[in-house]
Design a protein around this ligand. Structure first.
Ligand code: GUN
Ligand code: ZN
Length: 446
Protein backbone atom coordinates (compact mmCIF):
# COMPACT_ATOMS: atom_id res chain seq x y z
CA UNK A 1 0.00 0.00 0.00
CA UNK A 2 1.19 3.51 -0.85
CA UNK A 3 -0.08 6.92 0.28
CA UNK A 4 0.54 9.97 -1.86
CA UNK A 5 0.14 13.65 -1.06
CA UNK A 6 1.74 16.65 0.64
CA UNK A 7 3.49 15.47 3.81
CA UNK A 8 5.21 16.86 6.89
CA UNK A 9 7.22 15.08 9.57
CA UNK A 10 9.64 16.06 12.32
CA UNK A 11 13.27 15.02 12.06
CA UNK A 12 14.78 16.85 15.03
CA UNK A 13 13.91 18.53 18.33
CA UNK A 14 12.77 22.15 17.73
CA UNK A 15 13.23 22.96 21.42
CA UNK A 16 16.97 22.32 20.96
CA UNK A 17 17.59 23.46 17.36
CA UNK A 18 16.01 26.09 15.09
CA UNK A 19 12.51 24.94 14.18
CA UNK A 20 12.91 25.25 10.45
CA UNK A 21 15.68 22.64 10.30
CA UNK A 22 13.59 20.13 12.27
CA UNK A 23 10.71 19.86 9.81
CA UNK A 24 10.82 17.73 6.65
CA UNK A 25 8.12 18.56 4.10
CA UNK A 26 7.33 17.41 0.58
CA UNK A 27 4.67 19.00 -1.63
CA UNK A 28 4.06 15.62 -3.24
CA UNK A 29 5.29 12.66 -1.20
CA UNK A 30 4.95 8.90 -1.29
CA UNK A 31 4.71 6.82 1.86
CA UNK A 32 5.36 3.18 0.98
CA UNK A 33 4.03 0.65 3.49
CA UNK A 34 4.60 -3.09 3.79
CA UNK A 35 3.20 -5.28 6.59
CA UNK A 36 2.30 -2.24 8.68
CA UNK A 37 5.77 -0.68 8.48
CA UNK A 38 6.91 2.32 6.41
CA UNK A 39 9.53 1.07 3.95
CA UNK A 40 10.11 4.30 2.01
CA UNK A 41 9.23 8.00 2.36
CA UNK A 42 10.20 10.77 -0.02
CA UNK A 43 9.26 12.88 -3.03
CA UNK A 44 6.94 11.20 -5.51
CA UNK A 45 9.30 12.16 -8.35
CA UNK A 46 12.14 10.23 -6.70
CA UNK A 47 10.25 7.17 -5.51
CA UNK A 48 7.65 6.51 -8.21
CA UNK A 49 9.98 4.42 -10.37
CA UNK A 50 10.85 2.15 -7.45
CA UNK A 51 7.25 1.01 -6.95
CA UNK A 52 6.25 -2.45 -8.14
CA UNK A 53 3.62 -2.46 -10.91
CA UNK A 54 -0.02 -2.64 -9.89
CA UNK A 55 0.60 -1.31 -6.34
CA UNK A 56 -2.37 0.31 -4.66
CA UNK A 57 -1.85 4.13 -4.36
CA UNK A 58 -4.26 6.24 -2.32
CA UNK A 59 -3.88 9.88 -3.33
CA UNK A 60 -4.72 12.83 -1.04
CA UNK A 61 -3.68 15.81 -3.21
CA UNK A 62 -5.29 18.57 -1.10
CA UNK A 63 -4.38 17.16 2.30
CA UNK A 64 -1.35 16.78 4.54
CA UNK A 65 0.06 13.43 5.62
CA UNK A 66 1.53 13.56 9.14
CA UNK A 67 2.47 10.92 11.72
CA UNK A 68 -0.47 9.74 13.83
CA UNK A 69 -0.87 11.84 16.97
CA UNK A 70 0.25 10.60 20.37
CA UNK A 71 -1.82 11.43 23.47
CA UNK A 72 0.48 11.09 26.49
CA UNK A 73 -2.25 11.28 29.17
CA UNK A 74 -5.95 10.48 28.98
CA UNK A 75 -8.67 8.74 31.04
CA UNK A 76 -11.07 6.69 28.92
CA UNK A 77 -13.63 6.23 31.76
CA UNK A 78 -14.08 9.99 32.05
CA UNK A 79 -15.78 10.65 28.72
CA UNK A 80 -19.18 10.62 30.44
CA UNK A 81 -18.24 13.59 32.65
CA UNK A 82 -16.08 15.66 30.28
CA UNK A 83 -16.95 19.33 30.71
CA UNK A 84 -18.33 19.05 34.28
CA UNK A 85 -19.05 22.47 35.77
CA UNK A 86 -17.51 24.40 38.55
CA UNK A 87 -14.85 22.61 40.59
CA UNK A 88 -11.09 22.44 41.02
CA UNK A 89 -9.21 19.14 41.11
CA UNK A 90 -9.97 17.56 44.50
CA UNK A 91 -13.65 18.55 44.59
CA UNK A 92 -13.96 17.60 40.90
CA UNK A 93 -12.62 14.11 41.66
CA UNK A 94 -15.12 13.60 44.51
CA UNK A 95 -18.11 15.12 42.75
CA UNK A 96 -17.78 13.89 39.20
CA UNK A 97 -14.84 11.57 38.57
CA UNK A 98 -15.19 8.90 41.23
CA UNK A 99 -18.95 8.44 40.61
CA UNK A 100 -18.27 8.07 36.86
CA UNK A 101 -15.54 5.50 37.49
CA UNK A 102 -17.87 3.57 39.86
CA UNK A 103 -20.14 2.87 36.89
CA UNK A 104 -17.30 0.76 35.42
CA UNK A 105 -18.12 -1.95 37.92
CA UNK A 106 -20.44 -2.99 35.07
CA UNK A 107 -18.24 -4.73 32.47
CA UNK A 108 -20.80 -4.04 29.74
CA UNK A 109 -20.56 -0.32 30.42
CA UNK A 110 -16.74 -0.50 30.23
CA UNK A 111 -16.99 -2.26 26.87
CA UNK A 112 -19.41 0.31 25.43
CA UNK A 113 -17.31 3.26 26.57
CA UNK A 114 -14.07 1.65 25.31
CA UNK A 115 -15.69 1.28 21.88
CA UNK A 116 -16.71 4.92 21.78
CA UNK A 117 -13.34 6.09 23.11
CA UNK A 118 -11.29 4.23 20.49
CA UNK A 119 -13.44 5.68 17.74
CA UNK A 120 -13.16 9.21 19.11
CA UNK A 121 -9.36 8.89 19.29
CA UNK A 122 -9.15 7.71 15.69
CA UNK A 123 -11.57 10.42 14.57
CA UNK A 124 -9.14 12.92 16.13
CA UNK A 125 -6.17 11.37 14.30
CA UNK A 126 -4.69 9.93 17.50
CA UNK A 127 -3.14 6.51 16.96
CA UNK A 128 -1.32 5.98 20.27
CA UNK A 129 -2.42 6.98 23.76
CA UNK A 130 -1.27 6.38 27.33
CA UNK A 131 -4.53 5.60 29.03
CA UNK A 132 -5.88 5.35 32.58
CA UNK A 133 -8.55 2.69 32.98
CA UNK A 134 -10.38 2.29 36.33
CA UNK A 135 -9.56 0.19 39.38
CA UNK A 136 -11.60 -2.67 37.84
CA UNK A 137 -9.38 -5.16 35.94
CA UNK A 138 -12.14 -5.73 33.36
CA UNK A 139 -11.87 -2.02 32.40
CA UNK A 140 -8.38 -2.86 31.10
CA UNK A 141 -9.60 -5.95 29.27
CA UNK A 142 -12.35 -3.87 27.64
CA UNK A 143 -9.88 -1.23 26.52
CA UNK A 144 -7.17 -3.51 25.11
CA UNK A 145 -9.77 -5.75 23.45
CA UNK A 146 -11.16 -2.78 21.55
CA UNK A 147 -7.69 -1.41 20.74
CA UNK A 148 -6.76 -4.80 19.29
CA UNK A 149 -9.74 -4.60 16.93
CA UNK A 150 -7.97 -1.63 15.29
CA UNK A 151 -4.45 -3.05 15.81
CA UNK A 152 -3.61 0.22 17.58
CA UNK A 153 -0.42 0.77 19.62
CA UNK A 154 -1.90 1.60 23.02
CA UNK A 155 -0.45 1.84 26.52
CA UNK A 156 -2.82 1.41 29.46
CA UNK A 157 -3.24 0.09 32.96
CA UNK A 158 -5.52 -0.56 35.90
CA UNK A 159 -5.71 2.33 38.36
CA UNK A 160 -4.28 1.53 41.81
CA UNK A 161 -6.03 3.20 44.77
CA UNK A 162 -6.04 1.92 48.33
CA UNK A 163 -7.19 5.01 50.25
CA UNK A 164 -9.03 8.36 50.02
CA UNK A 165 -11.58 7.20 47.46
CA UNK A 166 -15.03 5.56 47.69
CA UNK A 167 -15.01 1.97 48.92
CA UNK A 168 -16.15 0.65 45.54
CA UNK A 169 -12.99 2.06 43.91
CA UNK A 170 -10.44 0.77 46.41
CA UNK A 171 -8.11 -2.19 46.10
CA UNK A 172 -5.29 -3.00 48.55
CA UNK A 173 -1.55 -2.96 48.02
CA UNK A 174 -1.55 -6.75 47.61
CA UNK A 175 -4.70 -7.02 45.50
CA UNK A 176 -3.63 -4.17 43.25
CA UNK A 177 -0.29 -5.90 42.76
CA UNK A 178 -1.84 -9.29 41.99
CA UNK A 179 -4.46 -7.88 39.62
CA UNK A 180 -1.90 -5.74 37.80
CA UNK A 181 0.47 -8.69 37.39
CA UNK A 182 -2.32 -10.82 35.92
CA UNK A 183 -3.14 -8.00 33.47
CA UNK A 184 0.54 -7.61 32.57
CA UNK A 185 0.71 -11.31 31.74
CA UNK A 186 -2.50 -11.09 29.72
CA UNK A 187 -1.72 -7.94 27.73
CA UNK A 188 1.84 -6.61 27.84
CA UNK A 189 3.38 -7.20 24.42
CA UNK A 190 0.28 -8.94 23.03
CA UNK A 191 -0.15 -7.50 19.54
CA UNK A 192 0.58 -3.79 19.96
CA UNK A 193 -0.60 -3.55 23.59
CA UNK A 194 1.82 -2.27 26.24
CA UNK A 195 1.09 -2.25 29.97
CA UNK A 196 1.40 0.75 32.24
CA UNK A 197 1.53 0.45 36.04
CA UNK A 198 -0.95 3.13 37.14
CA UNK A 199 -1.05 4.39 40.73
CA UNK A 200 -3.58 7.25 40.36
CA UNK A 201 -1.64 9.78 42.45
CA UNK A 202 0.08 9.92 45.82
CA UNK A 203 -3.03 10.90 47.86
CA UNK A 204 -4.97 7.76 46.86
CA UNK A 205 -2.14 5.27 47.51
CA UNK A 206 -0.47 4.30 50.77
CA UNK A 207 3.30 4.08 50.81
CA UNK A 208 2.88 0.29 50.72
CA UNK A 209 0.94 0.55 47.45
CA UNK A 210 3.46 2.90 45.86
CA UNK A 211 6.21 0.44 46.84
CA UNK A 212 4.17 -2.35 45.26
CA UNK A 213 3.93 -0.28 42.05
CA UNK A 214 7.73 0.04 42.09
CA UNK A 215 8.03 -3.73 42.54
CA UNK A 216 5.58 -4.34 39.65
CA UNK A 217 7.79 -2.31 37.32
CA UNK A 218 10.61 -4.78 37.90
CA UNK A 219 8.55 -7.87 37.05
CA UNK A 220 8.77 -7.61 33.23
CA UNK A 221 10.83 -5.75 30.65
CA UNK A 222 9.44 -2.63 29.02
CA UNK A 223 6.66 -1.81 31.48
CA UNK A 224 5.50 1.81 31.74
CA UNK A 225 4.44 3.91 34.71
CA UNK A 226 1.91 6.73 34.79
CA UNK A 227 0.60 8.90 37.61
CA UNK A 228 -0.27 12.53 38.38
CA UNK A 229 2.20 15.05 39.81
CA UNK A 230 1.95 18.62 41.13
CA UNK A 231 -1.21 19.50 39.22
CA UNK A 232 -3.02 21.75 41.69
CA UNK A 233 -1.92 23.77 44.77
CA UNK A 234 -4.44 22.09 47.12
CA UNK A 235 -3.25 18.66 45.95
CA UNK A 236 0.42 19.58 46.49
CA UNK A 237 -0.37 20.75 50.04
CA UNK A 238 -2.29 17.51 50.77
CA UNK A 239 0.68 15.40 49.64
CA UNK A 240 2.94 17.40 51.98
CA UNK A 241 0.61 16.49 54.87
CA UNK A 242 0.26 12.84 53.87
CA UNK A 243 4.00 12.24 53.33
CA UNK A 244 5.78 14.47 55.88
CA UNK A 245 9.00 12.48 55.63
CA UNK A 246 9.45 13.17 51.91
CA UNK A 247 11.26 16.25 50.67
CA UNK A 248 8.83 16.93 47.81
CA UNK A 249 5.85 15.50 45.94
CA UNK A 250 8.20 14.01 43.33
CA UNK A 251 10.35 12.53 46.12
CA UNK A 252 7.33 10.43 47.17
CA UNK A 253 7.46 8.73 43.76
CA UNK A 254 11.27 8.60 43.63
CA UNK A 255 11.36 6.91 47.04
CA UNK A 256 9.03 4.18 45.75
CA UNK A 257 11.24 3.50 42.71
CA UNK A 258 8.84 5.01 40.18
CA UNK A 259 11.31 7.21 38.28
CA UNK A 260 12.63 5.86 34.99
CA UNK A 261 12.78 6.34 31.22
CA UNK A 262 9.27 4.93 30.71
CA UNK A 263 7.65 6.93 33.53
CA UNK A 264 5.09 9.57 32.55
CA UNK A 265 4.01 12.15 35.11
CA UNK A 266 0.82 14.03 34.28
CA UNK A 267 0.77 17.83 34.60
CA UNK A 268 3.83 18.96 36.64
CA UNK A 269 2.41 22.48 36.78
CA UNK A 270 3.86 23.31 40.19
CA UNK A 271 7.36 21.80 39.91
CA UNK A 272 10.61 23.39 41.04
CA UNK A 273 14.03 23.40 39.40
CA UNK A 274 15.18 20.43 41.51
CA UNK A 275 12.21 18.38 40.27
CA UNK A 276 13.06 19.13 36.64
CA UNK A 277 16.64 17.97 37.36
CA UNK A 278 15.33 14.73 38.91
CA UNK A 279 13.17 14.07 35.83
CA UNK A 280 16.08 14.83 33.51
CA UNK A 281 18.48 12.54 35.35
CA UNK A 282 16.06 9.61 35.48
CA UNK A 283 14.73 10.04 31.93
CA UNK A 284 11.17 10.43 33.23
CA UNK A 285 8.75 12.51 31.15
CA UNK A 286 5.99 15.02 31.83
CA UNK A 287 2.61 15.17 30.10
CA UNK A 288 1.58 18.75 29.27
CA UNK A 289 -2.22 18.88 29.53
CA UNK A 290 -3.20 22.47 28.71
CA UNK A 291 -6.97 22.12 28.18
CA UNK A 292 -7.25 20.38 31.54
CA UNK A 293 -5.02 22.81 33.41
CA UNK A 294 -7.07 25.72 32.10
CA UNK A 295 -10.45 24.05 32.57
CA UNK A 296 -9.79 22.96 36.16
CA UNK A 297 -7.95 26.20 36.96
CA UNK A 298 -4.86 24.23 37.93
CA UNK A 299 -2.23 26.64 36.62
CA UNK A 300 0.12 27.26 33.70
CA UNK A 301 2.67 24.55 32.82
CA UNK A 302 6.12 26.08 32.19
CA UNK A 303 6.90 24.11 29.04
CA UNK A 304 9.92 26.12 27.95
CA UNK A 305 11.45 25.80 31.42
CA UNK A 306 10.86 22.03 31.41
CA UNK A 307 12.62 21.51 28.07
CA UNK A 308 15.56 23.84 28.87
CA UNK A 309 18.43 22.32 26.80
CA UNK A 310 20.80 22.55 29.79
CA UNK A 311 18.83 19.73 31.49
CA UNK A 312 15.97 18.91 29.13
CA UNK A 313 12.96 17.04 30.45
CA UNK A 314 11.03 15.01 27.87
CA UNK A 315 7.50 16.34 27.41
CA UNK A 316 4.48 14.79 25.69
CA UNK A 317 1.10 16.34 25.01
CA UNK A 318 -1.91 15.01 26.93
CA UNK A 319 -5.59 15.71 26.47
CA UNK A 320 -6.39 14.52 30.03
CA UNK A 321 -10.05 13.99 29.16
CA UNK A 322 -12.28 14.32 31.26
CA UNK A 323 -10.34 17.11 33.08
CA UNK A 324 -9.36 18.15 29.57
CA UNK A 325 -12.07 19.31 27.22
CA UNK A 326 -11.12 17.74 23.87
CA UNK A 327 -9.65 14.50 22.53
CA UNK A 328 -8.19 16.46 19.60
CA UNK A 329 -4.43 17.06 19.75
CA UNK A 330 -5.02 20.03 17.42
CA UNK A 331 -7.32 21.67 19.97
CA UNK A 332 -4.86 20.74 22.71
CA UNK A 333 -2.10 22.53 20.77
CA UNK A 334 -4.37 25.54 20.39
CA UNK A 335 -4.51 25.80 24.20
CA UNK A 336 -0.80 24.93 24.57
CA UNK A 337 -0.03 27.97 22.42
CA UNK A 338 -2.06 30.21 24.75
CA UNK A 339 -0.49 28.75 27.90
CA UNK A 340 2.96 29.38 26.39
CA UNK A 341 1.91 32.95 25.52
CA UNK A 342 0.78 33.55 29.11
CA UNK A 343 4.17 32.39 30.38
CA UNK A 344 6.09 34.68 28.03
CA UNK A 345 6.83 32.30 25.14
CA UNK A 346 5.67 31.55 21.61
CA UNK A 347 5.03 27.92 20.72
CA UNK A 348 5.59 27.72 16.97
CA UNK A 349 3.88 25.20 14.70
CA UNK A 350 6.94 22.97 14.38
CA UNK A 351 7.32 22.83 18.17
CA UNK A 352 3.60 22.11 18.49
CA UNK A 353 3.63 19.24 15.99
CA UNK A 354 6.78 17.90 17.62
CA UNK A 355 4.97 17.61 20.97
CA UNK A 356 2.05 15.80 19.33
CA UNK A 357 4.21 13.35 17.33
CA UNK A 358 7.96 12.74 17.66
CA UNK A 359 8.25 14.47 21.04
CA UNK A 360 5.43 12.30 22.38
CA UNK A 361 7.13 9.18 21.01
CA UNK A 362 10.41 10.19 22.68
CA UNK A 363 8.62 10.95 25.94
CA UNK A 364 7.28 7.39 25.84
CA UNK A 365 10.61 5.87 24.79
CA UNK A 366 9.00 4.63 21.56
CA UNK A 367 10.85 6.80 19.06
CA UNK A 368 12.37 3.70 17.47
CA UNK A 369 8.92 2.84 16.07
CA UNK A 370 6.55 5.82 16.38
CA UNK A 371 6.35 9.55 15.74
CA UNK A 372 7.84 10.05 12.26
CA UNK A 373 7.21 9.33 8.61
CA UNK A 374 10.42 7.41 7.91
CA UNK A 375 11.52 3.92 6.88
CA UNK A 376 11.26 1.44 9.75
CA UNK A 377 8.51 3.34 11.57
CA UNK A 378 5.13 1.76 12.23
CA UNK A 379 2.69 3.10 9.64
CA UNK A 380 0.35 5.07 11.90
CA UNK A 381 -0.62 8.09 9.82
CA UNK A 382 -3.08 10.95 10.04
CA UNK A 383 -4.40 12.61 6.87
CA UNK A 384 -5.18 16.24 7.71
CA UNK A 385 -7.55 18.49 5.78
CA UNK A 386 -6.41 22.12 6.08
CA UNK A 387 -9.64 23.29 4.40
CA UNK A 388 -12.00 21.38 6.69
CA UNK A 389 -14.34 24.28 7.42
CA UNK A 390 -15.33 27.34 5.35
CA UNK A 391 -13.25 29.58 7.64
CA UNK A 392 -10.22 27.28 7.41
CA UNK A 393 -10.57 27.09 3.62
CA UNK A 394 -10.70 30.88 3.40
CA UNK A 395 -7.78 31.36 5.81
CA UNK A 396 -5.72 28.68 4.05
CA UNK A 397 -5.80 30.85 0.93
CA UNK A 398 -3.63 33.35 2.81
CA UNK A 399 -1.04 30.83 4.04
CA UNK A 400 2.32 31.30 2.32
CA UNK A 401 4.14 28.28 3.72
CA UNK A 402 3.58 24.82 5.16
CA UNK A 403 4.52 26.16 8.62
CA UNK A 404 1.70 28.68 8.34
CA UNK A 405 -0.64 25.89 7.27
CA UNK A 406 0.42 23.81 10.28
CA UNK A 407 -0.19 26.77 12.56
CA UNK A 408 -3.64 27.24 11.04
CA UNK A 409 -4.36 23.56 11.71
CA UNK A 410 -3.25 23.79 15.33
CA UNK A 411 -5.26 26.97 15.90
CA UNK A 412 -8.52 26.34 14.04
CA UNK A 413 -8.36 22.56 13.59
CA UNK A 414 -10.13 19.81 15.48
CA UNK A 415 -11.53 16.39 14.56
CA UNK A 416 -13.20 17.94 11.49
CA UNK A 417 -9.70 18.52 10.09
CA UNK A 418 -8.92 14.78 10.12
CA UNK A 419 -9.82 13.27 6.77
CA UNK A 420 -8.55 9.75 7.49
CA UNK A 421 -6.52 7.74 10.00
CA UNK A 422 -4.24 4.82 9.15
CA UNK A 423 -3.17 2.33 11.79
CA UNK A 424 -0.36 -0.13 10.98
CA UNK A 425 -0.88 0.74 7.32
CA UNK A 426 -4.62 0.16 7.22
CA UNK A 427 -7.27 2.85 6.83
CA UNK A 428 -9.38 2.38 9.96
CA UNK A 429 -11.19 5.73 9.73
CA UNK A 430 -12.28 7.71 6.69
CA UNK A 431 -14.55 10.71 7.23
CA UNK A 432 -15.87 10.40 3.68
CA UNK A 433 -16.82 6.75 3.85
CA UNK A 434 -20.57 6.26 3.53
CA UNK A 435 -22.16 4.39 6.40
CA UNK A 436 -19.82 3.68 9.30
CA UNK A 437 -16.58 5.67 8.80
CA UNK A 438 -14.71 3.19 11.03
CA UNK A 439 -13.37 -0.13 9.77
CA UNK A 440 -11.96 -2.37 12.50
CA UNK A 441 -9.46 -4.93 11.26
CA UNK A 442 -10.82 -7.67 13.53
CA UNK A 443 -14.48 -8.59 14.01
CA UNK A 444 -15.93 -8.23 17.52
CA UNK A 445 -16.00 -11.45 19.52
CA UNK A 446 -19.52 -11.84 20.84
N1 GUN B 1 -5.37 13.54 39.83
C1 GUN B 1 -5.78 12.35 40.32
N2 GUN B 1 -6.71 11.78 39.53
C2 GUN B 1 -6.91 12.63 38.52
C3 GUN B 1 -7.75 12.59 37.37
O1 GUN B 1 -8.51 11.66 37.13
N3 GUN B 1 -7.66 13.66 36.53
C4 GUN B 1 -6.82 14.69 36.76
N4 GUN B 1 -6.79 15.70 35.90
N5 GUN B 1 -6.04 14.76 37.83
C5 GUN B 1 -6.07 13.73 38.70
ZN1 ZN C 1 -5.24 12.82 34.42
Amino acid sequence: MVLRGPAATLAGNPFEQPSRGCLVTHDDALVVIEDGIITAFGPHAELRDTLPGGVDIVHYPDHLLVPGFIDAHVHYPQMQMIGAFGAQLLEWLETYTFPAEMSFADAGHAQRVAQLFLRELLRAGTTTAMVYCTVHPHSVDAFFTEAARFDARMIAGKVLMDRNAPLGLLDTAQRGYDESLALIDRWHGRGRALYCVTPRFAPTSTEAQLDAAGALLKTRDGLFLQTHLCENPGEVEWVRELFPARSSYLDVYAHAGLMGPRSMFGHGVHLHEGDFCTCHQSGAALAHCPTSNLFLGSGLFRLFEAVDPRRPVKVGLGTDVGGGTSLSQLQTLNEAYKVAALTGHKLDAVQGFYLATLGGARALGLEDRLGRLAPGMEADICVLDPKATPLMAFRAGYCASIEEMLFLLMTLGDDRAVRATYVAGRCVYDRERTGDPFVPVLPREE
